[in-house]
Design a protein around this ligand. Structure first.
Ligand SMILES: [Zn+2]
Ligand SMILES: [Zn+2]
Ligand SMILES: [Zn+2]
Ligand SMILES: [Zn+2]
Length: 151
């Protein structure tokens, strides 16, 4: 029977007409050709009903933050974001007291601290964030016989 070839629009799918697919250069993932005798599909983009076009699986619903309504593509990102609200970060930078959702991000952040510390005392290898601090520090080596011999 011919009717059996007509797939009724399904909840999990979105439909896009030929024209809109052409207009969108971005290739759509896994879109199956759909057709029916009547224009029973409605294009997601131009909202026009069509009889022949493509179906694609609906994207998962976005996760939105209850507090600030910011939306995220997945629950993990939303969870990370929630730490900013409750300030319960699992990882903390001991230098600047900033919180991070993952150890990985903390490590990246720590590298930026290390890059800042470009002023190093050649005597005791202490690190300083400014030349001024280093100069001030070096005073302790000058006049200290134990250290000044090394320098
Ligand atoms: Zn369309
Ligand atoms: Zn939020
Ligand atoms: Zn830090
Ligand atoms: Zn030193």
């Amino acid at each position: 029977m011919f009717e059996n070839e007509v797939h009724p629009p399904q909840e999990d799918f979105e439909y896009i007409c030929y024209q809109c697919k052409e207009n969108r250069r971005k290739p759509l993932v896994r879109n199956n050709l759909v057709s029916s005798l009547e224009s029973c599909f409605r294009c997601k983009f131009c909202k026009k009903p069509f009889s022949m076009g493509f179906e694609m699986k609906k994207k998962k619903p976005l996760y939105s933050c209850e507090k600030c309504k910011e939306v995220f593509n997945n629950g993990i990102l939303l969870m990370h974001h929630s730490y900013a609200h409750n300030n319960e970060w699992p990882c903390w930078c001991s230098s600047c007291k900033k919180g991070f959702p993952t150890l990985q991000l903390l490590k990246i952040h720590l590298q930026s601290h290390n890059q800042d510390k470009t002023f190093q005392c050649t005597v005791c290898l202490s690190e300083f964030t400014s030349q001024q601090d280093l100069d001030r520090h070096r005073q302790i080596h000058i006049g200290n016989p134990k250290y000044s011999q090394i320098n």
